[in-house]
Ligand binder design. Structure first.
Ligand code: HAM
Length: 430
């Protein structure tokens, strides 16, 4: 027997049993972002490697260790997108969409990072990504965060907390960075290997270290929010006031620095205590310098991305999973002629009742076996068509999820009677 080929490690199938939850989340998200005036954009899964290097930063984990990069047959260095912001910004620039215009954009799709897989952390995962381009804030920052808070409320997710910080402007960060470098230099012997490497390229990322041995050293480091420039301070204070007035709870976390280099000013993260170590479910921030850095005209922007797998897991844990969809009608047939007639009849019903899910018993079987399949399908109504019904020009109707008898319906009236009956029958599945 041939060996069975497994899926690539860290890349998951979403099976039919789970799809209702994914679709529920996707539909909720789509409705929400549309209600806030965002438009969908779809960008390629593959981009030039240099786009991610320039946008995300050479010294980030994503670029240093996690990108799926390959050379294509034409010798181009390409990368499977590890996130969506770089691609969307590239699209906005290369399609000439800037010129002072403002865009509220969103997309949903797979991202790829070669991380160590564990619960909530995958190599192919999905993000909802939202970007507001051309807005200087802080009002858009507040509205964007309010939108995420509304999403949790709509989905019935409660175990999430909002963390907020400001990274200031590149200039104020440069000054802070110098302070930080001198602090870590003075304590160089206590730095782990990763942090020592980052000391040159990206010292702020040392603050993000997960190494418990570094905790004490990091706790003593100068705090970024105490070294903000006046404009960033005012921006942050105004954002906090707006969130306060909307009743959105937040925790200022001065150690929140984010793993991607393009951020400036506002950064935020929704975290949960329900998913173990992979606690970030939604994260983002302002990236006022990125568009110019990628060759576009200088344009402020802010956005966030939400990990779909992690939110699906929160929905499962909170028992907010929609019931699987079942057929409305299962057509039971008896005899060869009836079988052909049943297919024809179902086609006619599908034309008149396109919103109804209709399954015809396929592949034969006696009545008992067919009713067993009908029951298992959780359909609400069986339609029965045998030689006898054919001869009399009727179809028998039998509700399956309640004790009530079978009634005959003249074939020409079937669609009307079936629809009326389905409206009367309880919709809930068990
Ligand atoms: P990020 O923090 O790298 O930001 O990712 C955002 C979210 O994607 C995380 O909070 C998490 O929920 C999910 N995520 C990330 N990596 C994985 C993984 N390996 N497995 C499962 N879920 C994962 C960004 O990607 C930025 N582009 C967000 C942004 C948009 N900033 C501005 N605009």
């Amino acid at each position: 027997m041939a060996d069975i080929i497994q899926a690539v490690r860290g890349m998951n199938d979403v099976l039919p049993a789970d799809i209702a939850t994914w679709q529920h989340l996707e539909a909720t998200v789509r409705q929400l972002v549309t209600a806030y005036g965002y438009e969908e954009i779809r960008v390629p899964v593959v981009e030039h490697t240099r786009l991610f290097k320039r946008a995300i930063g050479e010294y980030t984990d994503v670029v240093e260790k996690e990108m799926y990069t390959f050379e294509d047959q034409g010798g181009e260095q390409l990368t499977l997108r590890p996130e969506a912001t770089a691609g969307i910004v590239r699209a906005v620039i290369s399609n000439g969409m800037l010129r002072g215009a403002r865009h509220k954009l969103w997309c949903i799709g797979p991202m790829f990072r070669h991380e160590k897989p564990q619960k909530g952390r995958y190599r192919q995962f999905h993000q909802l990504d939202v970007e507001a381009i051309g807005f200087a804030g802080p009002d858009i920052d507040a509205e964007l965060i309010a939108m995420t808070a509304r999403l949790w409320r709509t989905l019935g997710i409660t175990r999430v907390k909002l963390q907020l910080n400001s990274l200031g402007t590149p200039e104020s960060r440069r000054a802070y960075r110098e302070l930080l470098v001198s602090y870590f230099r003075a304590n160089e012997s206590r730095l782990d290997a990763d942090s020592r490497r980052r000391l040159e390229g990206n010292p702020l990322r040392i603050l993000d270290s997960k190494n418990p041995e570094m905790r004490e050293l990091i706790a003593g480091a100068p705090v970024l929010t105490e070294h903000l420039d006046a404009d960033s301070r005012a921006h942050f204070d105004a954002l906090c006031a707006m969130l306060g007035s909307m009743g959105i709870e937040y925790h200022v976390n001065p150690r929140l620095v984010r793993g991607l280099d393009y951020y400036s000013r506002t950064v935020f993260e929704w975290t949960t205590d329900a998913l173990g170590s992979q606690d970030a479910v939604c994260a983002g921030g302002r990236y006022d310098g990125l568009i110019a850095h990628l060759g576009g005209e200088s344009t402020p922007a802010i956005g966030f991305a939400m990990g779909i797998e992690r939110v699906v897991e929160l929905l499962v844990q909170a028992n907010k999973v929609p019931a699987p969809t079942a057929p409305d009608i299962y057509v039971v047939v008896n005899g060869e002629r009836a079988s052909a007639e049943a297919l024809k009849l179902a086609e006619q019903l599908r034309t008149v009742l396109p919103h109804r899910r209709i399954e015809v018993n396929l592949g034969g079987g006696n009545f008992k076996a067919q009713f067993r399949r009908a029951d298992k399908s959780n359909a609400r109504l069986a339609l029965i068509l045998g030689e006898d019904e054919l001869a009399r020009g009727v179809v028998a109707m039998k509700p399956l999820r309640q004790e009530s008898g079978q009634t005959d319906c003249p074939t020409p009236e079937l669609a009307t009677r079936v629809e009326a009956l389905l409206r009367e029958l309880p919709a809930e599945q068990n």
